[in-house]
Design a binder for this molecule. Structure first.
Ligand code: HEM
Length: 453
C-alpha cells in the first residue's frame, strides 16, 4: 500500500512586491524589517531576497538545529563563492573533508598556550598605537573606526607573520586591505564586471593580489628553509603542524589561502566591534568609570603591562561581550540546504538558503530583559546570560564552523580596551547618533568619532 508523507505547513512568507520579492523592504531598512518580523512571533519566515529563497529561523533552538545538530545538511551559501576570489580555499570558504582537515591542522595554533605567546605582540603593538594617538590634537575628535582598523591590521599582520613583516608592514597591510575591500564591494554590488576586464578597480585588485602572493610565498619559502629558528607567530605554527591522523603538512597554496583568510576574517570584525564599544562607552560614563578603575587597578602604569595581567580584567571582558551582543559584527549567517530540512511543521527545501541571525537572537525579548539596554552586568557571574539557551548569544557563530579566532579576538579586544581607557577619557561628539548598517559586517552608517582626552 502506498504511504502518503504528511504535508508540512507553508512557511509564512513576508509580503513584498511581486517579482522583486522582499528585496525593496529589505533594501530600505533591513534591520528594522527583520526586527518587525521577529515581533510577529513566527517560528520561521520565507523571504525572497535578490531572487533567492531564504528561510530565516528565529529561536535559539532552531538556530542550534541549523548550525550544529543538522549541520551535515548544510553547505556554504553562494555568497561565499565571491569571497573565494580573494580568499581562495581557506577555512572560511572551504567545505567537506578538505575543510575538516584544514580545521584540524589550524586548530592547535589557536590553543590557549599558543595564544598566550601572541599576547606580548598584541600588548606591544597597542602601546605603540597609543603613543601615536597621544601625539594627535586632543581638541579634535578622532575617527576611531579608522584608528581601530589600523591597529587591528597591524596586530593581525604581526601575529601572523611576525617580525619579518616589520619593514614592509604598510605596503602589505594596504594591499591586503585593498583585496578585502574589493571583495566586499563585489559581494554587495549588483553589477560585477568579470575580473579579467581591465577596469581600474580590477587592475588594482590584481596588483594587490600579486603583491600579497609574492610576499606570502617568499616568506613561506624562507621559513621552510629555516624551520628551526621560526618564531611564535601563526605562520610558523601553521607551517609546522602535522595532521594527527596522516602526518601531512599544509602545501604552500593552502598556507597562502589560510594566511589571507585569517587576515581578512581577523581584523575588520574586531575593528568594527571596538568602534561600536567606544560609541557605547561615550554614552555610558558610569560603565566607562568602572572600566577605567579596573584597568588602572590591574594594569598599574607600566607602558607595556605584563600579558598575564589581562586575564584578571573581568569587567573589561563583560563590556566587550555586551558590546558584541548589541552589535555583533557577523550579524547574520547563511547556509545552503543540501537536502530538505524539517523543522517543526515547516520544511526548508533543498537548494534554499537558511539564515541564522545573531542580531535578532541578541535582541530577542523572549531571551533578554530590556534587550536594547547596554548592561555589561548581564555577563557577570550569575548574571542573566548564564540562565539563557547557549544559542541565545552567538557573536562567534556555533557548531563545527564556530569562529576559530574567538579567543584571539576577545583577548585582543580586552587589551585594546583596557589600555585605551587607562590612558584616555572618552567623550561623545555632538552629532546625530550613528546607526548600524548591515553590510557583510555590521558597520556604523558613518565612521564613529569620539573625543579622546
Ligand atoms: C570580534 C571579532 C570576530 C567576530 C565577531 C567573528 C565572528 C565569526 C563568525 C560568526 C564566524 C562563523 C561564520 C559562519 O559560521 O558562517 C567566524 C568564522 C571564522 N573566523 Fe571569526 N570572528 C572574529 C574574529 C576573528 C579573528 C581574530 C580571527 C583570526 C585570527 C577569525 C577567524 C575566523 C575564521 C578562520 C573563520 C572560519 C572558521 C571555519 O569555518 O572553520 N575571526 N568568525
Amino acid at each position: 500500500m502506498e504511504t502518503i508523507a504528511p504535508v508540512g505547513q507553508p512557511v509564512p512568507m513576508f509580503a513584498g512586491l511581486p517579482l522583486l520579492g522582499n528585496t525593496l523592504a529589505f533594501f530600505r531598512d533591513p534591520l528594522k524589517a527583520l526586527l518587525t518580523l521577529q515581533r510577529q512571533q513566527h517560528r520561521m519566515v520565507h523571504l525572497r531576497i535578490g531572487g533567492r529563497h531564504q528561510y530565516l529561523v528565529f529561536s535559539p533552538e532552531d538556530s542550534k538545529h541549523v548550525l550544529q545538530e543538522n549541520h551535515r545538511n548544510y553547505g556554504r551559501s553562494p555568497a561565499f563563492q565571491v569571497l573565494k576570489i580573494f580568499l581562495g580555499n581557506g577555512l572560511l570558504t572551504s567545505e567537506g573533508d578538505f575543510w575538516r582537515r584544514q580545521r584540524r591542522l589550524a586548530q592547535p595554533a589557536f590553543h590557549r598556550q599558543k595564544l598566550a605567546a601572541l599576547m606580548q605582540t598584541m600588548v606591544a603593538e597597542t602601546a605603540n598605537w597609543l603613543d601615536e594617538l597621544k601625539q594627535a590634537d586632543r581638541q579634535k575628535s578622532v575617527n576611531v573606526s579608522q584608528a581601530f582598523m589600523d591597529v587591528t591590521m597591524r596586530i593581525v599582520c604581526k601575529t601572523l607573520f611576525g617580525s619579518d613583516v616589520a619593514t614592509q608592514l604598510d605596503g602589505l597591510s594596504l594591499a591586503l586591505d585593498t583585496l578585502n575591500y574589493m571583495a566586499n564591494e563585489r559581494l554587495v554590488s549588483p553589477i560585477r564586471f568579470p575580473l579579467s576586464w581591465p577596469t581600474p578597480g580590477n587592475r588594482r585588485f590584481r596588483r594587490a593580489g600579486v603583491l600579497v602572493d609574492t610576499f606570502i610565498y617568499g616568506l613561506i619559502h624562507q621559513r621552510r628553509q629555516n624551520l628551526n629558528d621560526s618564531g611564535d607567530d601563526l605562520l610558523s605554527m601553521l607551517l609546522s603542524t602535522e595532521d594527527e591522523e596522516t602526518g601531512e603538512r599544509m602545501s604552500d597554496l593552502q598556507l597562502r589561502d589560510e594566511c589571507v583568510t585569517l587576515f581578512a576574517a581577523g581584523h575588520e570584525t574586531t575593528a568594527v566591534s571596538m568602534a561600536w564599544t567606544l560609541d557605547l562607552l561615550a554614552q555610558h560614563p558610569d560603565v566607562l568609570a568602572r572600566l577605567r578603575q579596573e584597568s588602572q587597578q590591574v594594569l598599574g602604569d607600566a607602558k607595556i603591562p605584563a600579558p598575564e595581567l589581562f586575564r584578571s580584567l573581568t569587567y573589561t571582558l563583560q563590556v566587550v561581550q555586551e558590546s558584541l551582543r548589541l552589535y555583533p559584527p557577523a550579524w547574520i549567517m547563511s547556509r545552503l540546504a543540501l537536502g530538505d530540512d524539517h523543522i517543526g511543521p515547516y520544511t526548508i527545501p533543498a537548494g534554499a538558503t537558511a539564515l541564522v541571525c545573531p542580531y535578532l537572537l541578541h535582541r530577542d525579548p523572549a531571551s533578554w530583559s530590556e534587550p536594547e539596554r547596554f548592561d555589561p552586568d548581564r555577563f557577570a557571574p550569575g548574571g542573566e546570560k548564564e540562565q539563557l539557551h547557549s544559542y541565545a548569544y552567538l557573536p562567534f557563530g556555533g557548531g563545527p564552523r564556530l569562529c576559530i579566532g574567538n579567543q584571539f579576538a576577545l583577548m585582543e579586544m580586552q587589551i585594546l580596551l583596557a589600555m585605551l581607557v587607562r590612558d584616555f577619557d572618552i567623550q561623545p561628539v555632538q552629532n546625530p547618533p550613528v546607526k548600524p548598517q548591515p553590510l557583510i559586517t555590521l558597520r556604523p552608517n558613518r565612521p564613529i568619532r569620539v573625543i579622546l582626552r
